[in-house]
Structures are given as structure tokens and as C-alpha cells.
Design a protein around this ligand. Structure first.
Ligand SMILES: Cc1cc2nc3c(=O)[nH]c(=O)nc-3n(C[C@H](O)[C@H](O)[C@H](O)COP(=O)(O)O)c2cc1C
Ligand code: SF4
Length: 427
């Protein structure tokens, strides 16, 4: 029996993405019709019951975020912002929704607009998805013509428009407050929080920022009800998750799995998903949730893919990325390439991240050269990781060393292979 699910991805690649009629043929826009007959509190209650966790990486409960925004006084307006920056390496699942099922996203955003009596929503789309941006604009035009968006939606007197903003090409612009700054035309650097964005967000107004996949899950929650959505997944987080397999997986791509019902081994080895390791080689490690996520080893393959189970195993869902690496890969080389990414993407606002990543790279280089590092370098590495994690201003710097920290547990011998005894110890 197939372990896959198509709660979110149904119709992807099978319908003309911009066509309202074809989306309606799949049952599209029925959730919006239902939601406009419900109270905002009732819609939020379903989102809470569904235990929808944010699919952008932080896994924050969406129902809680929505309830907070509803309580926040709207002066004069609340905004809905969809995070479609998708800058996390190894992550390409929002692209599937944006490019193949844009109406599902528009429906989710419009339901949120209705709940919060917002006048406008914004989709901040990764700059590299240029063609997709055009496609979304066409889908918006068609939704307006069909009465699902724009003025007097479904003849209810509700007016709501959606704008597309092109991303600025920086990874940090995916961080929700940097994304709002960038949307406002400012430099895309993170803001201090609190205040929470649900209180002071876009143009200083209360704002909902949710990921593409989170918002695309809303129609299913409204249609099925929160309880049913929860049952599809795991008791700590309902529904399905789009996972992205890449690297040395025999089959690369996006797969939709029910949360809590599939193991990491299934994801990597099931013929319908990763199909094992390319070339029949052995798995060395897998990297979950993007560059800022944890690295796991073969001994953890039986871990169930749910927020709870992965957390207990020291792993995480994150964005849904699963980068698979075979036995030929050097862990130190892999970590160096990640650190180079963070050096490049650090916005430079705070020292622990801006300088810390450069120092991490230098230490990794020393550890890579025979006799290049001593035991004191390993202590410095540990102190540096702690400082970056505790003192960086935003999630980028705070999580830049997660991969390194988790890899350490599995590959201690590789880290220590080139370490010579320190002068102090040798003496
Ligand atoms: C450096 C950095 C980059 C991020 N990039 C993205 C991104 O590309 N897409 C995304 O949805 N969330 C990204 N996030 C997470 C967002 O800050 C935020 O948690 C998310 O948009 C909230 O939506 P959700 O609750 O629906 O997941 C990023 C966070 C950090 C710290
Ligand atoms: S941690 Fe600091 S330097 Fe790094 S991206 Fe965030 S604000 Fe910028």
C-alpha cells in the first residue's frame, strides 16, 4: 500500500495551474465558500483543532498565531503575508504549490483575509521563481474575474486583494521580520522581537506571516474540519508534510507524507519516495530541514517522521528538506560548504553570526588538514558554537552551527582524526 498522501498536492501537474475552472473541478474554493459563512473564531477553532504546525521551519502552532492576531486590535488594518521566499537549500516544496496549485494558496490566503477582516495580502516570492511570479499574477487575475478575490468576494461585501512581491535574493529575507522590511522596500534585515509581528508587523500593523504550505493547508482544514485533519497526521501535529529529497537519493523530488505514519527509512528507501541511495552505495548521513537543520546517521533511520518523534531523536522537520549523502562524502567538507553558505548569507548586523561563521570555517579548515588542529581548537569550536547559538540576533546565526553540533555526535572520529595533542598537554 502506498505510504504517500495527496491532501495538499492533489491535482499538481494534472491541471492548468492558473485555471479557476480546473481548480474548482478538484473541489477548489469550496472551503472559501464555507468559511465566509463561519465566524472568525470558528475558523480559528478548526485551525487549532487541526494542530497545524508552521511548515516554514519553526513549527509554531498556526492556531495560536491566528488567535493572537485576532485579539490584536487592527489599527487601521491587518495584513496577511505569505512567506514564499523558499531560500533554504534543499527545499523546493513551496515551488510545487506556487507553480502547480496557486489557487489553493490564494484560497488559503483569502480565508485568512476574511478571518482577520484584512484588505490586502502579500505573497513574497523567491526572486529566482520569476516565471512562477507571473503565473501567480495570472491566477490572481482569474480568481478576481471569477469572484473569488477582489471586490465583493462571493457577493458577501468582503473586499480583499493579493499582491506579489519579488524576493530580494537573500536567504535572511525568509526570516519573517526581515521579509516584512524587504516588502516595505527597506534593507532585508531582521527586526527585534517582541513586539510580535501579530502586534506590529507590515507597515507597523498587526500581521499574519505564514509559509506557503501552511496557508495551502487551510482549505483542507476548513473543508474536512480540524479533527479530521489531525487524524491524517500525528497527535502533536496534524495533516501531511511535503518533503524534499535531494543529494544522493536515487529519486529526488517532492513527496507528500502523512505526519507520524512514515519513518525516515521509508522516506529515503521506499521505491515511491527516495528509492534508496544512488548507485547502490551506502548511506552516510542525512541532513534534515535545510542548512540550519540537524544531521542524522543510519542508526536513526527508524525514527518516525513527526515533529515529536524527530525532536526526541535530536532531529527536526524544519522546512521538510532531506538531503541524503552517501559514504563517499567527507563530513568536514560538507560542513565547510554549509559554513560558506552562512558566511555568504549572514546580513552582518550582529557580530556572533558575522564573525562567528568565519571563525567556524577557519576551524573546520584546520580540522581538515592532517595535524592542522590541536585539542584547544576543539574547545574553541565548542565555545564558538555556544556563543553563536546564544548571542546571535536572529535564527540564521542561532542555528548556523546546528548541523555541525549534531554531526559531531555521529562522526566524532572524523573530527578528531587530524587533531594533534595540544602543546600544553604534550608538555
Ligand atoms: C534565516 C531564516 C530564513 C527563513 N526562511 C524561510 C523561508 O524561506 N520560508 C519560510 O516559510 N520560512 C522561513 N523562515 C521562517 C520564518 O521566519 C517564519 O517562521 C515563517 O515564515 C512562519 O510561517 P509558518 O509558521 O507558517 O511556518 C526563515 C527563518 C530564518 C531565521
Ligand atoms: S544572526 Fe545577526 S548577522 Fe546573522 S543574519 Fe541574523 S541579524 Fe544578520
Amino acid at each position: 500500500m502506498s505510504k504517500l498522501n495527496n491532501l495538499i498536492s492533489e491535482g499538481a501537474g494534472k491541471i492548468n495551474p492558473v485555471s479557476v475552472e480546473e481548480y474548482v473541478g478538484l473541489g477548489g474554493y469550496t472551503a472559501l465558500k464555507k468559511a465566509v459563512g463561519m465566524t472568525p473564531e470558528a475558523v480559528i477553532e478548526e485551525v487549532k483543532k487541526a494542530k497545524l504546525r508552521g511548515r516554514g521551519g519553526a513549527a509554531f502552532p498556526a492556531g495560536e498565531k491566528w488567535a493572537h492576531l485576532l485579539r490584536s486590535p487592527g489599527t487601521p488594518n491587518k495584513y496577511i503575508v505569505c512567506n514564499a521566499d523558499e531560500g533554504e537549500p534543499g527545499t523546493f516544496k513551496d515551488k510545487l504549490i506556487l507553480g502547480q496549485l496557486p489557487h489553493k494558496l490564494l484560497e488559503g490566503i483569502t480565508i485568512a483575509g476574511f478571518v482577520f477582516k484584512a484588505k490586502a495580502g502579500y505573497i513574497y516570492v523567491r526572486g529566482e521563481y520569476r516565471k512562477i511570479q507571473k503565473l501567480i499574477l495570472k491566477a490572481i487575475e482569474n480568481a478576481k474575474a471569477a469572484g473569488y478575490l477582489g471586490s465583493n468576494i462571493l457577493k458577501t461585501g468582503f473586499d480583499f486583494d493579493i499582491h506579489v512581491i519579488s524576493g530580494a535574493g537573500a536567504y535572511v529575507c525568509g526570516e519573517n521580520s526581515a521579509l516584512l522590511n524587504s516588502t516595505e522596500g527597506k534593507v532585508g534585515r531582521p527586526r527585534i522581537k517582541p513586539p510580535r509581528l501579530a502586534d506590529v508587523g507590515l507597515f507597523l500593523q498587526p500581521t499574519l506571516v505564514n509559509n506557503v504550505e501552511s496557508l495551502a493547508s487551510i482549505p483542507a482544514i476548513v473543508n474536512k474540519g480540524g479533527d479530521e485533519f489531525l487524524k491524517i497526521g500525528h497527535p502533536d501535529g496534524g495533516g501531511t508534510k511535503l518533503i524534499c529529497l535531494s543529494g544522493h537519493a536515487a529519486k529526488k523530488g517532492v513527496f507528500e507524507i502523512p505526519l507520524g505514519k512514515v519513518t525516515l527509512k521509508d522516506a529515503i528507501y521506499d521505491p515511491e519516495m527516495g528509492g534508496g541511495i544512488a548507485g547502490g552505495r551506502k548511506l552516510k548521513f542525512f541532513h534534515l530541514g535545510g542548512q540550519s537543520g540537524p544531521i542524522g546517521g543510519p542508526a536513526q533511520l527508524d525514527t518516525v517522521y513527526s515533529y515529536d518523534d524527530l525532536k526526541k531523536a535530536g532531529l527536526a522537520v524544519g522546512s521538510g528538506a532531506i538531503v541524503v549523502m552517501d559514504e563517499t562524502v567527507s563530513i568536514l567538507d560538507y560542513l565547510k560548504s554549509i559554513t560558506e553558505f552562512f558566511i555568504h548569507e549572514s546580513c552582518g548586523k550582529c557580530i556572533p553570526c558575522r564573525e562567528g561563521n568565519k571563525q567556524l570555517y577557519k576551524l573546520l579548515q584546520k580540522l581538515s588538514a592532517p595535524g592542522g588542529a590541536d585539542a584547544e581548537d576543539l574547545n574553541t569550536l565548542r565555545r564558538l558554537i555556544r556563543t553563536m547559538t546564544d548571542a546571535s540576533f536572529c535564527g540564521l546565526g542561532q542555528s548556523a552551527a546546528v548541523a555541525l553540533n549534531t554531526a559531531w555526535k555521529h562522526f566524532k572520529a572524523e573530527f578528531e582524526a587530524n587533531v594533534k595533542p595540544s602543546a600544553a598537554r604534550a608538555a
